[in-house]
Design a protein around this ligand. Structure first.
Ligand code: 4NP
Length: 154
């Protein structure tokens, strides 16, 4: 089974949403995957997702309220096949942590969808509703492209 870890800064907005969206799209496609999310920051560890992220995910019928924030660990680089960063800053933090025995690839999640025209999933934390909607829209495209990629390589 393929395993994917989604990483942002706080693990309360973008990456919990990413985990839910990829779970949702893969389930719809009938493909079993193992997913999780984590943050590079320790500040929100143990907390539920941001209420705005919960509300916007709910619009898609996705319940992310049970997720709890955790920090990326060195063992994640062996536990997962692919680690997807939301932005360049997350990617740089991950590359700094990368242990010599890492087996996971580390990349920007929007590398999956170059046609979308945006490389980074913008941090919606200090913005409004539109930011959270954009996060969902971008991640839906990224998940669809990954499913297409898997179908092509089968
Ligand atoms: P996230 O959003 O990385 O998408 O979870 C943020 C959440 C919290 C903070 C920054 C970004 N913060 O600075 O506390």
């Amino acid at each position: 089974m393929n395993s994917y870890l989604f990483v942002c800064l706080g693990n309360i907005c973008r990456s919990p949403t990413a985990k839910a969206m990829f779970d949702y799209k893969f389930k719809q496609a009938g493909i079993e995957v193992f997913t999780d999310s984590a943050g590079t920051l320790s500040y929100h560890v143990g907390k539920a997702p941001d209420p705005r992220a919960i509300r916007h995910a709910q619009d898609w019928g996705m319940d992310i309220s049970d997720q709890r924030a955790r920090q990326v660990t060195v063992s994640d680089f062996r536990r997962f096949d692919r680690i997807f960063a939301m932005d360049q800053s997350n990617l740089q933090d991950l590359q700094r942590m990368l242990p010599p025995n890492a087996t996971a690839s580390v990349e920007l999640v929007m590398n999956l969808a170059p046609d979308y025209g945006l490389q980074e999933v913008p941090d919606p934390y200090y913005g409004g509703d539109q930011g959270f909607e954009q996060v969902l829209d971008m991640l839906e495209t990224a998940a669809s492209r990954l499913i297409e990629e898997l179908a092509r390589s089968r």
